[in-house]
Design a protein around this ligand. Structure first.
Ligand SMILES: Cc1cc2nc3c(=O)[nH]c(=O)nc-3n(C[C@H](O)[C@H](O)[C@H](O)COP(=O)(O)OP(=O)(O)OC[C@H]3O[C@@H](n4cnc5c(N)ncnc54)[C@H](O)[C@@H]3O)c2cc1C
Length: 394
């Protein structure tokens, strides 16, 4: 594996020099020279107009037992007997992947008294592996991880997906580590290389400035987590029937070093961001914490949830549970109103699939206007009160 510059092709234009995140490129005798320490991120290759930067990749040999693994699995997370939306979203994508591979799609569901398990077939699953036991009622990482590892070892799926929820992020890496396979976290795109039967796992990297597509050729299963709201739920087909397989679960055979003592709900969120149809979001342009009250008022008259970019969260103006973006939540409301938010890529990563985006910003060149359906150039402290007044019918 390595990187080299084809000196016959390099024109010495220098466009690669400023894009290297580590400052490792310089021009020597009008030819780009890459210094020691390159991480092969590819930023220079993308920008190079003469295609003179070559990254040579040595892939690990394909998994020798890959042919023994079949099927796409989606882990359908529940809380309190109710399935989370991300499970349905992953079934929609999982169906596409399974069809591309010509294989089955299965949902895997652990919990107790899960009312909707039968629904998983209506959303595309051919099979549902159901583990129902009182000890699985609360999501406990170690117990769930051991149960999933056992199931994967028995049935050998070639792909296993889960939601990048707080629980999925904690429990899925344990499963991958025990199975000694790879895991790509927080994917924003999934596709299939049909010839090699490889899962193409795309996610942002280097602070969101580059999209990387990651593969796991040498190990099975191929595992990935995807954030809620990245994919859209399919339409359920009530005529569709799947096989529900009740799996015996021996709680005495699993051990956990942790115990759930209590569950404390976050009461600062009046409407849950992930489920909201309308989100009113504020950024650094609000200037100080008290000004979020203005947005809270707008959110109240619209029945909206309150969101935020990262700086207000970092400043302690609003709790983290309201943060939208790459390191916050991914949302997909019908309407997203961005007030005093510039539109950095890391923020856009969490909201740009909203159906309608309204941006209020006093800088006409703010990048948020590039994704906005409607843009209002002006002072949010004048515009938001006018909106509240009009919506209240005053
Ligand atoms: C690894 C990494 C992860 C990150 N994750 C996230 C993330 O999850 N979410 C996130 O949001 N950011 C994230 N960021 C930070 C991101 O890069 C930006 O810094 C951030 O989104 C900027 O927030 P902002 O738009 O509120 O602030 P700014 O970029 O400072 O923009 C403020 C905007 O308000 C406008 N404004 C000022 N006053 C007014 C007024 N009176 N009326 C109208 N408009 C006004 C200004 O014109 C400006 O456009 C991340 C960064 C990194 C490196």
């Amino acid at each position: 594996m390595g990187i080299r510059v084809d000196s016959d092709k390099c024109t010495g234009c220098g466009s690669c020099v400023p894009v290297c995140p580590f400052g490792l490129i310089e021009l020597v005798n009008d030819v780009a020279h890459i210094k020691e320490g390159c991480t092969l991120c590819g930023a220079c290759r993308v920008i190079c107009p003469s295609d003179s930067i070559v990254i040579e990749t040595a892939f690990a040999s394909p998994a020798a037992d890959a042919g023994d693994y079949h099927g796409v699995w989606v882990f359908a997370e529940q809380w309190d007997g109710k399935l989370k939306g991300v499970g349905y979203e992953l079934l929609a994508k999982g169906r596409e992947l399974a069809d591309a591979l010509g294989t089955d799609l299965a949902a895997v569901c652990f919990g107790h008294n899960i009312g909707e398990a039968g629904q998983l077939a209506a959303y595309g699953a051919d099979k549902v592996y159901l583990l129902d036991d009182p000890s699985l009622a609360t999501n406990q990482e170690e117990i769930y991880a051991q149960a999933l590892v056992k199931l994967v070892r028995e049935h050998r799926p070639e792909i296993v997906l889960a939601g990048a929820t707080p629980f999925g992020r904690a429990f899925f890496p344990r499963v991958a580590a025990t199975l000694k396979t790879g895991l790509t976290a927080d994917c924003t795109g999934l596709d299939i290389d049909e010839t090699e039967r490889l899962l193409l796992q795309t996610r942002p990297t280097f602070g969101g400035n580059i999209m990387a597509t990651i593969i796991c050729p040498a190990k099975r299963p191929q595992m990935a987590t995807v954030r809620p709201r990245v994919f859209k739920k399919g339409t359920p087909d009530s005529q569709r029937r799947g096989q529900i397989i009740q799996v015996d679960f021996n709680s005495a055979a699993v051990t956990s070093r942790t115990k759930l003592l209590n569950f404390v709900a976050d009461l600062t969120e009046r409407v849950k961001l992930e489920d909201a149809d309308i989100i009113v979001s504020g950024g650094r342009g609000l200037g100080k914490p008290e000004n979020f009250q203005l947005l809270a008022e707008l959110a109240k008259v619209m029945g909206a949830a309150l969101g935020s970019s990262r700086p207000p969260v970092d400043e302690g103006w609003i709790p983290y549970s309201h943060q939208v973006g790459q390191t916050g939540k991914t949302v997909c409301p019908r309407l997203y109103i961005a007030c005093g938010i510039s539109g950095a890529v890391q923020h856009l990563a969490g909201m740009q699939t909203a159906d309608i985006i309204v941006a209020i910003n006093d800088d006409p060149n703010a990048p948020i206007f590039n994704v906005a359906t409607y843009g209002i150039v002006g002072d949010l402290f004048k515009i938001v009160p006018l909106l509240v007044e009009r919506l209240k019918g005053e």
